[in-house]
Design a protein around this ligand. Structure first.
Ligand code: SF4
Length: 382
């Protein structure tokens, strides 16, 4: 298959050249708000560089995984052509929404949006899931890998999006691998984003190696206790540590082209959670990123946590029953929620500015410096 080279169009080249001339040789290039080690002249998506032999090997391994699925850390061992495991998804993918999306980081969504594919289902069971209606319910429509590939092409050709953003793909990695390989034969040239909870196995990341350009993992919690209580996966933190290191090994630090759009690398998200314990967990995560991933890792410290899913729901045993007398004298039993006894009460509130700022300071203390801040200039923060 022919390789498609990415070249900056002439309209994009002219302002950059002009800008360079204005700055002149006396000033460092950093004054353009570009970080030279992370600036790419050009970019070819990694799946375009795979040989046909490597692509065939990936296809065979994807089919093999589907017929004996131990692909994520749940290790169900089921034949997904016949049944489903913990993720409740078989050999076809279930998709909730496919559309250009404008809720991502500026360097991901750009001006035209990120071509997002929201997969239904998940291999985690986060009690506070912010996408509960998509991740915990099997809403959506079934697609084969080839049909999924056709959607990538529609997002590229009709939507004009900057990338294909695969959201919650951990449980559909074989189908996603097959879809990317099918889409490259149909003419896909956009970078692929793997937007994950980080509850991935090394096997699935190995299958995605060479197919993904940007890894976009959450790093949710640090301790075994929090993993067990809040995510219902006792090994989450250990798996996430290993996964994020492997992602960094594959794609390195986040890099951009001169239009400010991210093209390759690792972007780690951390959703700040309420409470002192969560603050300590966040500090440990930042320390790990700085010491064992990269001081130059690009981090989005997110402040939009809100109680959702099971958080704040009344405990069943805390419901009150009382008798009321209706007009006419009829007695009726009423069941009321006792609002003072709710589930996961420790995270049943939004985060404060002070909590967000404290995580940010902790990140800076350990030497991290690339954050998803609003730009202090026209354009995107890079
Ligand atoms: S991807 Fe689904 S079936 Fe496969 S191991 Fe994970 S939860 Fe089980």
């Amino acid at each position: 298959m022919s390789l498609v080279r990415w070249s900056r169009p002439s309209w994009a080249r002219a302002p950059l050249l002009q800008c360079c001339r204005q700055v002149g040789a006396r000033q460092p290039r950093r004054s353009l708000h570009l970080a030279p080690p992370f600036l790419l002249d050009d970019y070819i998506p990694r799946y375009q560089l795979l040989s046909s032999i490597e692509a065939s090997k990936k296809r065979s391994r994807a089919y093999a995984h589907l017929s004996n699925c131990n692909l994520c850390p749940r290790l169900c061992g089921v034949n997904r052509y016949e049944t489903t495991g913990v993720c409740l998804v078989g050999a076809d993918v279930k998709v909730n929404v496919i559309a250009p999306h404008f809720g991502e980081e500026p360097c991901i969504q750009g001006h035209n949006g990120s071509g997002s594919v929201f997969f239904s289902g998940c291999n985690l069971r986060c009690t506070f899931c912010q996408n509960h209606d998509i991740a915990h319910q099997r809403n959506g429509f079934d697609l084969t890998p080839e049909q999924l590939a056709e959607w990538y092409i529609k997002l590229q050709d009709t939507g004009g999006v900057h990338n294909i953003n695969l959201i919650t793909p951990e449980h559909v990695v074989p189908q996603v691998a097959l879809s990317i390989l099918a889409a490259r034969d149909m003419g896909l040239t956009l970078p692929i984003i793997y937007n994950t909870s980080a509850f991935d196995s090394l096997d699935s990341l190995e299958l995605m190696d060479g197919l993904v350009d940007i890894y976009l993992p959450d790093f949710k919690v640090w301790s075994t206790n929090a993993s067990r209580r809040l995510l219902k996966a006792v090994d989450y933190a250990a798996v996430a540590r290993e996964s994020v290191q492997e992602m960094q090994r594959q794609v390195g630090d986040l890099c951009f082209t001169a239009d400010g759009i991210a093209k390759k690398g690792l972007l780690v998200r951390h959703l700040v959670m309420p409470g002192k314990e969560a603050e300590a967990e966040a500090e440990a995560i930042m320390g790990f990123l700085a010491d064992q991933v990269s001081k130059d890792v690009f981090v989005n410290i997110m402040e939009q946590y809100r109680p959702a899913a099971h958080v704040g729901k009344p405990r069943k045993e805390r419901q009150r029953r009382r008798q009321v007398t209706e007009p006419g004298g009829m007695q009726r039993e009423v069941v009321e929620d006792d609002e003072t006894h709710v589930r996961y009460a420790e995270i049943n509130r939004p985060v404060t500015e002070q909590e967000v700022s404290s995580v940010r300071k902790a990140a800076e203390r350990v030497g991290l410096w690339r954050f998803n801040d609003p730009p202090k200039h026209d354009g995107f923060a890079i």
